[in-house]
Design a protein around this ligand. Structure first.
Ligand code: PLP
Length: 462
């Protein structure tokens, strides 16, 4: 196995005191700010008081703050981060050798904590602010189970109750993920459930449904708003989550700067946009300020193509239509993707920040089919040793494709991608792939049109 070439270590580690002391808020540098959340009843922008029944106070302030560039990370959160951060930036020497490419490939590895993914970066922050506010507990949804696991860990650490609504298909396919959450003390309910009004309504309309993130969000919000001392927390999409995830990008930039490395291409998978938003934030800041230019690529599954085939419109964040409206690239809140194995990428919408940046031409997006994703995952595991999460493997696929293009042209581009997590709980998906039982369902235009028909009518939106 390669260790070191040209004085660039195999793994670039930052020292503990080089870990970011503040999160970076990319909105401060955006000329066109992300559109505000709207009240679904009145269509009016939602302010602090409107959001208080749902979210924690400090997190609402972060959600609404489009102007403060750096927000200090409280010491208690930094202390928790120190258990698994700074995370390594790894030079994929073995992958480069396998591909015989002149490209230089780096990945920022966020799977080196017990929860197994980047989600812990925001989970601990959100749990911390809930605890500060004196709350008893939080509710949330989880798809693949990574966010639920991370939040359960953070809540156990801080002594908060945690109620997780897990998309039914994942609940059934991933019993071990569920048990990890219960080990950390969370209660886990398959969604849609008969525990909430919205769950009952969804089940009445779609009996036998395997659920979706949109359904699970509706249930978690209903429980938070009807249980005293509880608030709802979300693992992606929201501005506050991208803010917390900026630690990924800030560390990546610091590590690259340390060795004078300038990336040409930055790649991340995109579910609701939190890891990608975090990874690219300081690079995007430079781009927005006109200081540097980078190619930034969002990768999504062909089965749930919000950026590449969605509409930029106000839409509900959930199936039950109880959440605020967000302006984003969306497939329609009723869209239920085919049972793709990257559960964390099966969300109908996308972060408003990334949607605005994509709309304004600051980044690209592409979609990939899951068998191609698993081919890339397997190649990566064999040469680099890490067994990647299906979600992360979307970024691996496109990093490999870009490196192969460099092989054709002879260009020595530097490619950085986000390796958001490990896939040890995704072995049913790997098994399907190995047995040749994995399909690549791509929604038809007619299916998407039917879903767009349910977009809410908002004044000023065509
Ligand atoms: C390992 C992993 N990567 C990526 C994602 C996608 O989420 P986001 O777009 O918020 O980073 C998820 C979501 O569950 C995940 O578990």
């Amino acid at each position: 196995m390669a260790t070191e070439k040209n004085n660039i270590p195999y793994k670039i580690y930052l020292a503990e005191d080089e870990m970011p002391k503040a999160w970076y808020n990319v909105r401060a540098d955006m000329k066109t700010k992300p559109a505000p959340l709207l009240n679904p009843g009145t269509g009016a922008p939602m302010g602090f008081d409107d959001l208080r029944p749902v979210f924690c106070d400090e997190l609402i302030k972060q959600e609404l703050d489009n102007d403060t560039a750096y927000i200090p990370i409280p010491q208690e959160i930094r202390d928790f981060y120190k258990m698994y951060r700074p995370s390594p930036l790894v030079r994929a020497y073995c992958l480069e050798e396998k591909l015989q490419t002149p490209a230089k490939i780096y990945y920022k590895f966020e799977g080196n904590n017990t929860s197994g993914s980047h989600k812990l970066n925001s989970a601990i922050a959100q749990a911390y602010y809930a605890k500060q506010q004196g709350l008893k507990g939080v509710t949330t949804e989880t798809g693949a189970g990574q966010w639920g696991t991370a939040l359960s860990m953070a809540c156990a650490y801080l002594g908060l109750d945690c109620k997780v609504y897990m998309v039914k298909v994942s609940y059934e396919q991933k019993p071990f993920r569920r048990e990890v959450m219960r080990t950390y003390g969370a209660s886990v309910t398959p969604s849609p459930s008969m525990e909430t009004n919205i769950g009952k309504a969804i089940l009445a309309e779609h009996p036998g449904t395997t659920g979706s993130l949109g359904c699970a969000i509706s249930e978690a919000v209903e429980v938070a708003t009807s249980t005293p001392g509880y608030r709802y927390v979300l693992g992606s999409v929201l501005n506050q989550v991208l803010l917390h995830q900026s630690v990924i990008g800030l560390e990546t930039k610091a590590a690259l700067d340390k060795y004078g490395i300038v990336p040409d291409i930055i790649i991340g998978c995109a579910g609701g946009g939190s890891n990608l938003g975090g990874l690219i934030s300081p690079f995007m800041g430079e781009k927005l300020r006109g200081e540097k230019d980078y190619r930034i690529i969002a990768v999504e599954p062909a089965s749930c193509p919000s950026f590449t085939r969605g509409k930029f419109a106000y839409d509900f964040c959930d199936t039950g239509k109880v959440c605020p409206l967000a302006k984003m690239y969306t497939l329609g809140s009723g869209f239920i993707p085919s049972p793709n194995h990257a559960g964390g990428l099966r969300y109908h919408g996308m972060s408003s920040i990334l949607s605005q940046l994509y709309h304004d031409g600051y980044m690209e997006a592409t979609s990939v089919e899951q068998t191609k994703v698993f081919e890339a995952a397997e190649m990566f595991a064999r040469v680099e040793g890490i067994l990647p999460a299906p979600e992360s493997s979307h970024a691996i696929r496109v990093a490999i494709d870009e490196a192969l293009k460099c092989k054709e042209t002879g260009e020595e581009k530097t490619i950085v991608f986000g390796l958001t997590g490990t896939g040890y709980f995704d072995m049913v998906a790997y098994e399907k792939f190995h047995n040749g039982e994995m399909s690549d369902y791509i929604p038809t235009d007619a299916e998407l049109e039917a879903s767009f028909a349910s977009l809410p009518k908002v004044p000023g939106q065509e």
